[in-house]
Write a protein that binds this ligand. Structure first.
Ligand SMILES: [Ca+2]
Ligand SMILES: [Ca+2]
Ligand SMILES: [Ca+2]
Ligand SMILES: [Ca+2]
Length: 335
């Protein structure tokens, strides 16, 4: 009897059923493994998870000085990389919260540059997923951000003035604009969909301050251009805002949020930074997972490399076993 006949055998319906079930299970295993690879576009990212501490936020002063964050032990190091991978900078962040507000400290190692021209000054963005479906490329899941995606909240800041001053919309209903500096509240679903200030965003409840550290200490006044050190960015926002659901992330203790960071380097070209020349965390990390007071919940496809291998091994073992059963059956039938 040939192998094909085994499956149509009327004499052995039970064996036929068991073998069909085995094959079906293996196909399901293999296709689920393929599904995991597709979800990450075949690329492996360095996972960053962060548990934000619940603290007394009155201990944090918005003054562009990071020394008030020293008692918050957890700090994550992030690799910010350009779209084409040839430029990169290191950054760190901390997140804390209390019953009403969330705070972030974002530090980027680079030399200092500040000019009236915003492109000859540094710029930063802190982005949170609003929708579960949002990708970390301004809402899109593709690196260039050209494919329409789902809503993300963007806290965008040109660091071309208001050194160590209190900036942000500070709760004002003013189309997401910052009346003092350029700490603007924006949102998008993909790169070309970036909502500039004045477009849809109804309020800006961000409070922030930025400064620059030289030898680990924030300097009182802006240093000379090209001084080596780190930018220090502090932002605080109410956990909940009154804006439209697609404009702002809304935070709650005990939940996991998806974060991405960006930096525009004023030394990118003689004209300063270029619009899509920013260095971004998703190239290396995809989303960064932040749990408010809890260990963050990470979707399986981002942390299941071991699981993928296990599935592949089970599939191979299953196929070998099935082949053996068929061979034994064939031999018996020949006898
Ligand atoms: Ca401070
Ligand atoms: Ca808003
Ligand atoms: Ca420079
Ligand atoms: Ca927003």
């Amino acid at each position: 009897m040939n192998k094909r006949a085994v499956f149509t055998s009327k004499k052995h319906p039970t064996l036929s059923f068991v073998i069909s079930l085995l094959i079906l299970t293996q196909i399901m295993f293999i296709s689920s493994t393929m599904g995991i690879s597709q979800a990450t576009q075949g690329k492996k990212y360095t996972l960053i998870t962060y548990k934000a501490s619940k603290i007394d936020l009155t201990k944090i002063t918005l003054d562009g000085d990071a020394s008030d964050w020293k008692d918050i032990p957890a700090s994550a190091t992030v690799n910010l990389t350009g779209l084409y991978g040839h430029r990169w900078k290191l950054a760190t962040f901390k997140v804390a919260f209390n019953t009403t507000h969330i705070a972030i400290l974002y530090k980027i190692d680079d030399d200092f540059n500040m000019a009236t021209d915003n492109r000859l000054s540094a710029a930063v963005a802190i982005m949170w997923a609003i929708s579960d479906e949002a990708g970390p490329f301004m809402g899109s899941t593709d690196e260039t951000g050209t494919q329409p995606g789902a809503p993300v909240d963007i806290w965008h800041w040109w660091l071309n003035g208001s050194y160590r001053a209190l900036a942000g919309g500070q709760g004002k209903v003013d189309s997401g604009k910052d009346p003092i500096g350029h700490l603007d509240d924006k949102h998008s679903t993909y790169a070309d969909d970036l909502k500039l200030t004045g477009e849809n965003e109804k309020e800006n409840s961000l409070f922030g301050s930025w400064g620059f550290e030289v030898n680990g200490k924030t300097v009182t006044t802006p240093p000379e251009n090209d001084t080596e050190g780190s930018y220090v960015v502090e932002i605080i926002r109410p956990l909940q805002t009154s804006d439209d659901p697609n404009n702002d992330a809304q935070f709650q203790e005990g939940q996991t949020y998806k974060l991405a960071l960006a930096y525009w380097d004023p030394d990118q070209s003689s004209l300063g930074w270029l619009r899509n020349g920013h260095l971004i965390s998703p190239i290396n990390h995809y989303w960064i997972y932040v749990g408010l007071g809890v260990e963050p919940e990470v979707p399986q496809e981002k942390s299941t490399y071991g699981f993928e291998v296990l599935l592949a091994v089970i599939s191979i073992l299953g196929l070998v076993t099935t082949k053996k059963i068929i061979r034994t059956y064939d031999k018996k039938n020949k006898k």
